[in-house]
Design a protein around this ligand. Structure first.
Ligand SMILES: Nc1ncnc2c1ncn2[C@@H]1O[C@H](COP(=O)(O)OP(=O)(O)OP(=O)(O)O)[C@@H](O)[C@H]1O
Ligand SMILES: [Mg+2]
Length: 273
């Protein structure tokens, strides 16, 4: 299959120094490259995320979306390129500095990644106990209770059980509550709505939009849900085989000449356009 790679303008700047992040950008990825063994998983990706905006990452399975996101939060080190958060290249930070920077992020991992040895209540309370030493006793309980309510979880019924004792959708919502507990500036969601029913999916979308409008939170969301992507995104990147092959909003995605992008949207187009 021939692949026509439509690069956004900034990926053409290969060889330039990474641009310094101005106050407008929460996060910039600059010409990122990563190889696992013989497989070049990220082949030079660049994307700027304006502060307070929502970037959606679309693409097929195994194309490098989760690997890209793990670089954004400093969980993986690239072979080349930079990830600039508040003017600082986080790929060059020492472990302790990186730990401090992580306080700016909340992340919902693809598999939920809750601590199974703790109750759901303790999972949500965990980041607060670690980082908000001022919150204790009744104040801590009230904050955890509030977070459960935001995600339509009954704190008395769901709280005492372990993550393995609740449904997949409930587990996902516990993970969301934990990710936003510290009110981070940037929240990364790896498939937050996969496996959720349409009503809960809508609630998660509304929550991401509310975080943007009410709190100015920047969100980066990996999704397979086209309707949800079009609803929430300020910008969309489509990842294919380690490259960004299409960038823009609905019109750009639907007009793409890349064969995989066309296939990805074909069924949706038949039903909706
Ligand atoms: N730690 C790792 N070591 C080696 N290979 C890895 C590692 N993490 C990811 N990969 C490989 O990198 C490629 C991209 O994986 P990634 O998890 O980013 O895919 P994805 O686009 O998120 O897919 P999905 O939609 O299925 O979640 C895959 O071939 C995967 O096997
Ligand atoms: Mg993934």
């Amino acid at each position: 299959m021939t692949t026509q790679v439509v690069k956004p303008p900034e990926t053409a700047r290969t060889g330039d120094h990474p641009p310094l992040a101005g106050p407008d950008f929460a996060l910039r990825v600059v010409d990122l490259k990563k190889r696992f063994g013989a497989r070049q998983v990220i082949k030079g990706m660049s994307v700027d995320v304006p502060r307070g905006s929502i970037l959606v990452i679309l693409g097929g399975s195994g194309m490098g979306k989760s690997v890209l996101m793990k670089h954004m939060i400093g969980l993986l080190k690239p072979d080349a390129g930079a990830v600039i958060v508040d003017g600082q290249d986080i790929t060059r930070l020492k472990p302790l500095e990186l730990k401090q920077t992580r306080g700016k992020f909340g992340m919902v991992f693809q598999n939920g990644a809750l601590f199974d040895s703790m109750s759901n209540w303790e999972n949500v309370a965990f980041p607060l106990r670690e980082h908000r030493k001022d919150l204790k006793g009744a104040a801590l309980d009230a904050r955890v209770r509030e977070l459960f309510k935001v995600f339509s979880l009954d704190p008395d019924a769901i709280g005492p059980r372990s993550p393995s004792e609740v449904s997949g959708g409930q587990r996902k919502r516990v993970a969301l509550a934990r990710a936003v507990a510290l009110e981070p500036q940037i929240v990364l969601y790896d498939e937050p709505t996969t496996g959720l029913d349409p009503i809960t999916t809508d609630q998660v979308d509304e929550m991401i939009l509310a975080a943007k409008h009410k709190l100015g939170v920047t969100s980066i969301v990996i999704s397979h849900d086209i309707a949800s992507a079009f609803k929430i995104a300020d910008d969309i990147i489509f990842v294919y085989d380690g490259e960004i092959v299409c960038r823009g909003l609905k019109s750009a995605m639907l007009a793409s000449e890349h064969p995989f992008v066309q296939r990805f949207f074909a069924t949706w187009k038949e039903k909706n356009v």
